[in-house]
Design a protein around this ligand. Structure first.
Ligand code: ADP
Ligand code: MG
Length: 699
């Protein structure tokens, strides 16, 4: 029962001017919302930069990396050589101070000739990069003539990954969203509000989306800080309420007799690592106690978390209850089910899979089995959280790769059973303070060692100019029986372009390797993705060209080569995750990071860290340190898991304040009944932490 005042913010984005069903879908993808994107989701999609058209320094005086506007005369076109689209299309232009190359990849010649006729004056905006002492601008944000330039706003926000969305459409939608935003009662502590001199929620949103100065996008500035604090407070309040509620509802004692665990261990071709045994021991202890378990299992990629999860499930099932294991994607859920099936069979555990794809009779059968208890373990996606899914006696919920799930789902899940214990598994090497923030007061188990017999992964960085050699070498290795992943980069413009880049690479590799090459990307149907994965897993295909859909959790132990194209565009954590897809068997593995040079210093240092280290923690720390130095690389910043606006590196101070504010609130106004309490309920809805409100009623 969402308060009515919030209705305008929870309408679908398709209610906004200029947003039809197709654009609505694109926005949903861009924002990564699970359901239809709402107006509020769009409002929280903040700009990452600013085009300030008043900043017209001239070509020679444009600093490296700065977004500038240049008034230039077009001199000549230099198309890609025929048949070699890897070499970009260049357009040369000049002003009084010097010459610049405008660079376009996968360019359409006719279009460029039409928009930039030789001899004409054009205004170009974009980021300037200096390359061997020469300036260039890759894919300018705007190329317009004087008349069009005069029409452009002088200051314009830049949004992350405008996936297939025209800037104008997005700007119009956001203006519409801002216009529909009601004035809301203030939920901040009055003293804090005064002291920080923050704007109201609505003003903060308006300023963040319509910044007049670059400084207004400063994460520490009043507008962004206010919104970040709101998000942190919503989070901390939800966690504090959850904690208070957990303390009220006791767990159940679950003690197994060990028969299923023994059967699983006997069926494994290897023995458990000491870390795995220790983690299972800790979980066993939690389950046996009548406090509810809320445990985070942290382990770097490849450390064997799935098995620990399965053993935890076995304990609960031995004791007569049921368990559920949730993965963030369909692909992963199916893979888990496949790994687990033979082990479950050996242990006499009945298992079913439930994702969005099980429909009709199939789904009914699973639902019936869960309700009458004939299914012991269900492996699935968030479909398991949905209404209509009821368990006879759910004892344990295991959530894999939690950073993709919010507290919201976790609460929905806990609602499926009276005393469900929760085990969260994550490869994100987050420090303890962040664990507290993102996951609340959880106990933590760590898998600190890799399974025995693993060899280190040799990581090399190679400039893209040597692509030909790499293809050659991969070809040899593959004909010799090796298996390789080939990851294509996230392209800024759109997922379609993304898929197209992968499809193009696929085509090129197919020329030399024929049917040994497979393809998987986010635009494929789920069944096609599964089929591509199955063929790679079974070894029918030996090179899998992929987008980052394989980032999380994919497990093909025979694969030993990972090629990542345009590694410089990825976040470090993401590269580490991707690299973790190899080095899972006993054979030596290689990771080739192909980059387009020349790299700036920070970009160079970042790739060097990967070459030097395979330790997820160290990589994450270095990443944070380098990002702290201010370079934004790649299009996808790995922010704080579960947060849209708040950033650990900027808002830690605010986090501390939010934490104590939330504690105090739960003590003094545990049912959120005061005037401020009512406003805080709105806050919980806005940041999708409203599941916590149900706890108020229950309590
Ligand atoms: P992650 O922690 O990244 O989720 P997985 O659970 O996918 O890792 O395990 C990675 C691989 O290691 C799997 O192929 C799994 O079968 C294997 N594995 C797990 N535990 C061990 C072990 N103790 N010894 C050898 N291999 C193991
Ligand atoms: Mg995993």
């Amino acid at each position: 029962m969402r308060p009515e005042i919030l209705n305008p913010l929870f309408r679908p984005v398709t209610s906004l001017p200029g947003v039809g069903p197709k654009t609505g879908e694109t926005i949903g993808r861009l924002l990564g919302t699970e359901e239809e994107a709402r107006v509020v989701d769009l409002l929280f999609h903040l700009p990452v930069g600013l085009i300030d058209r008043r900043n017209q320094p001239g070509i020679a005086l444009s600093p490296e990396g700065a977004i500038v506007t240049l008034e230039v005369r077009i001199d000549r076109h230099q198309p890609s050589p025929p048949g070699n689209r890897k070499v970009p299309y260049r357009v040369y232009a000049h002003d009084d101070t010097g010459e610049i190359a405008l660079v376009f990849f996968h360019a359409e010649r006719a279009f460029l000739e039409r928009t930039m006729p030789v001899g004409e004056t054009r205004f170009v905006s974009g980021r300037v990069e200096w390359f061997n002492g020469r300036p260039q601008m890759v894919h300018p944000d705007h190329v317009v003539d004087r008349e069009a330039f005069d029409q452009l706003p002088k200051v314009e926000p830049v949004y992350p990954m405008t996936a297939g969305l025209a800037r104008k459409t997005l700007a119009k939608a956001i203006s519409g969203a801002l216009a529909s935003c009601p004035d809301l009662p203030e939920w901040l502590d009055p003293a804090l509000f005064r002291q920080e001199k923050w704007p109201t929620f609505k003003d903060a949103l308006t300023r963040a989306h319509h910044p007049a100065e670059p400084a207004e996008l400063d994460p520490a500035g009043p507008a962004i800080a206010r919104l970040a604090y709101d998000e942190l407070l919503a989070n901390q309040l939800a966690l504090a309420l959850t904690r208070a509620n957990l303390r009220r509802t006791a767990g159940k004692t679950r003690i197994g007799d060990g028969r299923m665990r023994r059967a699983i261990a006997d069926a494994l071709p290897f023995s458990l690592t000491m870390s795995q045994q220790a983690a299972i021991g800790e979980i066993e202890h939690d389950l046996a106690s009548d406090d509810r378990m809320l445990r985070l299992l942290q382990g770097d990629v490849g450390s064997g978390k799935t098995l620990v999860g399965l053993m935890a499930a076995a304990i609960v099932i031995e004791s007569g209850a049921q368990a559920a294991m949730m993965a963030p994607t369909e692909l992963l859920a199916r893979q888990h089910a496949k790994t687990i099936a033979p082990l479950a069979a050996a242990a006499g555990m009945s298992m079913a899979i439930l994702t969005g794809r099980e429909k009709g009779r199939e789904r009914d059968t699973v639902l019936a089995g869960l309700a009458d208890g004939t299914i012991d373990l269900v492996v699935g996606t968030h479909a398991v959280f949905q209404e209509g899914v009821a368990f006879r006696d759910l004892g344990l919920a295991i959530v894999d790769e939690q950073h993709r799930f919010g507290v919201h789902q976790r609460l929905a899940l806990a609602g499926k059973g009276a005393a469900v214990d929760v085990l969260v598994m994550t490869a994100t090497p987050i420090p303890r303070t962040l664990v507290l923030t993102a996951f609340g007061d959880m106990d933590v188990s760590r898998l600190t060692e890799k399974p025995a017999g693993r060899r280190p992964i040799e990581t090399r960085t190679i400039p893209l100019e040597r692509l030909g050699e790499v293809v050659e070498r991969i070809g040899q290795a593959v004909r010799g029986g090796a298996q390789a992943y080939w990851v294509c980069p996230l392209v800024e413009e759109s997922e379609e372009v993304d898929a197209a880049a992968a499809a193009e690479r696929f085509g090129a590799l197919q020329k030399s390797l024929g049917p040994l090459v497979g393809l998987v990307h986010g635009r494929m149907k789920a069944a096609e993705k599964d089929e591509a994965m199955r063929r790679f897993q079974s070894g029918e295909t030996r090179v899998l060209v992929a987008t980052t859909v394989i980032e999380v959790g994919v497990d093909v132990p025979d694969a030993t080569i990972m090629v990542i194209e345009h590694a410089e565009r990825f976040g470090l954590a993401q590269l580490h995750q991707l690299r973790g897809r190899v080095g899972r068997g006993s054979k030596p593995s290689t990771c080739l990071l192909l980059y387009r040079g020349p790299l700036g210093k920070v970009a160079h240092d970042r790739l060097a860290i990967l070459r030097e280290s395979e330790d997820g923690f160290r990589i994450a720390e270095e990443d944070l340190r380098l990002r702290g130095e201010g370079e934004l690389l790649g299009t996808r910043q790995s922010g704080m898991p579960g947060f849209t606006i708040a950033r650990f590196e900027h808002h830690q101070r605010l986090l501390e304040i939010a934490r104590s504010d939330a504690r105090l609130l739960v003590e003094t106004d545990p049912a959120l009944r005061t005037e401020r309490g009512a406003a805080l309920r709105l806050l919980l809805y806005l940041f999708r932490r409203d599941a916590a409100i149900r706890l108020l009623r229950a309590g």
